[in-house]
Write a protein that binds this ligand. Structure first.
Ligand code: BG6
Ligand code: MG
Length: 216
């Protein structure tokens, strides 16, 4: 019986994944680097710094550390502009209901995100109270597919990895969950999340009972 649920943030709880894409696209264009939605899949679940390195690799470009830092800060500025109007209305359909039902059933919940903006985003969404623990990009040193973020999430709930189910929209996050000994539910397209134990399009009409049944 699983006791803990670990949620990624961007693309699972809220559709901020598209704002990350738009912000990177703007910078890539400025740098003359072609950057498509397909390229963007490689950035999902990956830290800000590593994301920029991937973009530079795509463009076959090199850059000094200080300059990389400058662009990462700028990207975050553009991203935060998009988040200005973020509110409860932006929580993805079914997420709140799912969290409430699972918690009412006794599940403990944690956020496991690579984002350094996670606490700010949860506050904007008024969802801070829905998680017993928050592990974000400020608290981990190794990025997904390393399991650190989810193992820390499980530990913060007082649980072992095998007691937890992870919800993720990124292929790197599914790998991280499995590396931590957890079952993984993919949120999105089955062709991108082929390694997940079960794939759902989103939380709309999804019950914790269905997840329990599919994941056991
Ligand atoms: C992850 C996103 O959740 O957070 C990545 O999937 C993003 O696309 C990463 O790069 C870091 O986010 P932030 O908010 O710290 O730039
Ligand atoms: Mg994500």
């Amino acid at each position: 019986m699983h006791k803990g649920l670990l949620f990624d943030l961007d693309g699972v709880i809220v559709d901020t994944a598209r704002y990350h894409y738009l912000a990177w696209k703007e910078l890539a264009q400025e740098l003359g680097i072609p950057f498509t939605r397909e390229d963007n899949e490689r950035l999902k679940g990956v830290s800000r710094n590593r994301s920029f390195e991937i973009i530079l690799e795509i463009g076959n470009r090199q850059m000094e550390e200080a300059q990389k830092e400058y662009y990462c800060t700028r990207k975050n500025g553009i991203y935060l502009e998009y988040l200005q109007t973020l509110s409860e209305k932006d929580i993805l359909p079914g997420v709140q209901e799912f969290l409430e039902a699972a918690r009412a059933k006794g599940y403990r919940t944690a956020l496991g995100s690579a984002s350094k903006n996670a606490v700010f985003i949860l506050e904007k969404l008024k969802l801070s109270e829905s998680f017993d623990a928050v592990i974000d990009g400020n608290k981990v040193s190794k990025a997904k597919p390393d399991p650190e973020v989810f193992l820390n999430g499980a530990a913060a709930l007082g649980l072992a990895g095998c007691d937890c189910i992870v919800f993720e929209d990124a292929a790197a996050g599914i790998k991280a969950a499995h590396a931590g000994g957890m079952r993984a539910v993919g949120i999105g397209k089955p062709e991108i999340l082929s390694e997940a134990d079960y794939v759902i399009r989103g939380f709309e009409k999804i019950t914790i009972e269905e997840i329990e049944q599919e994941i056991m």
